[in-house]
Design a protein around this ligand. Structure first.
Ligand code: ADP
Ligand code: MG
Length: 177
């Protein structure tokens, strides 16, 4: 399919989205969400990281997460991207429950180029990115030189050992699944 971009419309780059799930078949949920993202005409999917298993950062009893990150180009505004991602979460059956509780899919805008956004509904860079190994590691796998206030990699040494994040060898995103 040929995508005709409207003249004058900008495309933002270096956008990193965190994808996570810990309900049902978490790996399949992540793959489905990535396909729904990449299928939109405003999106150019550039990269998908490995998948990782992650012990939940929460006191609520729940299963392990599968997490990965993707890099996209986006033809729209940051707020439109948030609305688009929230729509995918809803269409996959996500019901907003307890904060940090189990979820069928979680799509977070981690980084949006060098853009800083501070609005009620949207904070970019994501306010927890520097504290979450499961978000940092897959982003660095795609782009090792990412920088927040300092190199993203340098935050890893400040994160405690209680976050167990393991790269999965046997599952990966494929367009053909
Ligand atoms: P969390 O991902 O922090 O566990 P939720 O997925 O329930 O929590 O998100 C709650 C709200 O966070 C969303 O409705 C959204 O408006 C807001 N939000 C703020 N900044 C971001 C961001 N960078 N990416 C995604 N959601 C964000
Ligand atoms: Mg979220």
């Amino acid at each position: 399919m040929i995508l005709l971009r409207k003249p004058g419309q900008f495309v933002d780059r270096k956008i990193f989205i965190g994808v996570g799930s810990n309900m049902g078949q978490s790996d399949k949920n992540c793959i489905m969400a990535i396909k729904m993202i990449s299928g939109d005409f405003r999106v150019n999917l550039r990269s998908v990281s490995s998948f990782y298993t992650t012990s939940p950062v929460s006191n609520i009893e729940q299963g392990d997460f599968i997490n990965c990150a993707i890099e996209i180009d986006w033809n729209g505004t940051p707020m439109e991207l948030l609305q688009f991602l929230n729509g995918i979460e809803a269409s996959m059956g996500r019901v907003r429950g307890k904060k940090n509780g189990p979820r069928i899919i979680d799509l977070d805008i981690l980084l949006y180029g060098s853009k800083i956004v501070n609005e009620d509904m949207l904070t970019i860079p994501h306010k927890e990115l520097h504290r979450r190994k499961f978000a940092i590691l897959p982003c660095l796998e795609i782009e090792p030189d990412l920088v927040l206030t300092k190199p993203l990699a340098s935050f890893l040494s400040e994160i405690g050992d209680d976050q167990k994040v393991t790269r999965l060898e046997h599952i990966a995103f494929s367009e053909d699944d």
